[in-house]
Design a protein around this ligand. Structure first.
Ligand SMILES: [Cu+2]
Length: 434
């Protein structure tokens, strides 16, 4: 659907090759469309959309069976089916559910364990989860797809080598939670090599004449000071303002202070400071070198066991008996244009490099939605076994003991600033038993 893909083999970027050639691998596909999104310049659309029934033939074919999802592609399109560039509507991220007959989507209160998984990112103390009707079923009754959804996700590969798949028993519905930021100033047509931003908030840090929109910053932050006449608000956890094209935006639309629950949960995104300024940021450090200019580093560490997720530990056993860890199959980091330089994942105790992702920058015309000028794509890391992946074999799957500590280092170019950067890992793996 989106052309050829790149992947990263631990730290080396190359063509996805055989892994990305679903047709040659004999895999089938079906299309599913979310309900339409209507927005105006400056609006952020971020909510769970209505469930969409899967195509009838899929539902009937797997009415008593299990579908094996070996990958997926995503795109954002007009109602005529044409791809829309990220300089017009920016997909900041998405989460998608494939829900089977044995599960229902429910809005569940955030558990303690959910907080570092992004629950309350939007200031709400609850999150959508697919809850199984019978927690004893062997085969999953739902799957959540969100890996590699940062950067420009349509050109970031979302697939697995042979032998791996996400299973869903009796699949029925598709449900999407997109976060779309409308960045197209309707007063200016989209010219080739001539992106013209619309009105921008005073807080925006995109330089004049940028080929990316300053609106793709997402200041879900408790560190922005309200200034009378500024236009940010924290409605829904992200900025948003009344946004009729051409309208004056000098009013005061900010709430008095960031929403109280946002303060309570803390900032889930990162503000990359411009240059060497020091605004009291406590999650990174800015360095300067001749070769690289200003670089801001976001580092974090967490127990590897916390990466095992995807089930409700109060109802199900998430880590099976007899395993001491997992082997990684796929790792797709999440960071955004334009600042992201690299994302590095290591095992802290051994220093083993698991994955080093570097974004690929778009150089296409502003009207080529698959090579968006000023935007990035993040080739994910993939691993396999016994030469999987064709001619350019995938590296062997690295083992991560449950009691290991994972360390992430995300480097950001801070020549210009950026509110609301991200530095997270979305991964898939398999347990090992020996
Ligand atoms: Cu993001």
């Amino acid at each position: 659907m989106n052309g050829d893909y790149l992947i990263t083999r631990t730290s080396v970027i190359g063509a996805a090759g055989a892994v990305g050639d679903y047709a040659a691998r004999g895999h089938e596909y079906f299309d599913v469309y979310s309900p339409p999104i209507t927005s105006q310049y400056g609006e952020t659309f971020w909510t769970k959309m209505d469930d969409v029934p899967l195509p009838k033939e899929i539902v009937e074919r797997f009415a008593d069976g299990v579908i094996a999802v070996t990958g997926y592609e995503m795109d954002q399109v007009t109602d005529d089916g044409l791809s829309i560039g990220y300089n017009r509507v920016y997909n900041h991220h998405y989460g998608a559910f494939l829900v089977g007959a044995g599960s229902s989507l429910r809005k569940m209160p955030c558990g303690l364990r959910d907080y570092h998984m992004g629950c309350m990112m939007n200031g709400e103390p609850s999150m959508w989860m697919a809850v199984p009707h019978d927690s004893n079923e062997d085969v999953p009754s739902s799957q959540f797809f969100s890996e590699g959804n940062g950067g420009e996700s349509r050109k970031s590969f979302h697939g697995y080598p042979d032998g791996y798949a996400q299973l869903v028993a009796r699949p029925r519905n598709f449900s999407l939670i997109p976060m779309q930021i409308d960045t197209w100033n309707r007063d200016t047509p989209v010219h080739d090599h001539d992106y013209i931003a619309g009105p921008l908030p005073r807080a925006a840090q995109s330089p004049p004449g940028s080929v990316y929109s300053g609106l793709l910053e997402c200041p879900c932050t408790d560190r922005i000071t309200k200034v009378n006449g500024s236009i940010c608000s924290l409605e829904g956890g992200c900025w948003k303002w009344p946004s009729t094209a051409g309208q004056s935006i000098t009013g005061d639309f900010c709430p008095d202070e960031p929403l109280s629950q946002l303060k309570a949960v803390g900032n889930r995104e990162y503000d990359v400071p411009r240059g060497a300024d020091s605004l009291g940021h406590d999650r990174g450090a800015t360095t300067y070198s001749e070769a690289e200019g200003y670089v801001y580093t976001i580092a974090s560490e967490w127990p590897a066991a916390d990466s095992v997720y995807g089930c409700d530990p109060t109802r199900q056993k998430c880590v099976p008996d007899g395993t001491n860890g997992f082997e990684l199959v796929y790792a797709g980091g999440h960071c955004h244009a334009p600042n992201c330089i690299s994302l590095e994942l290591t095992i802290k105790e051994t220093g083993e490099l698991l994955c080093l992702q570097r974004p690929v920058r778009g150089n296409g015309s502003l009207t080529d939605p698959f090579d968006d000028m000023g935007y990035i794509t993040l080739p994910p890391c993939l691993w396999g076994r016994d030469g999987e992946g064709g001619g350019r074999a995938l590296p062997p799957r690295p083992r991560v003991p449950l009691n290991a500590t994972l360390r992430s280092v995300c480097r950001q170019n801070s020549t210009i600033g950026h509110y609301g950067q991200m530095a997270s890992w979305q991964m898939r793996g398999v347990f090992y038993y020996d």
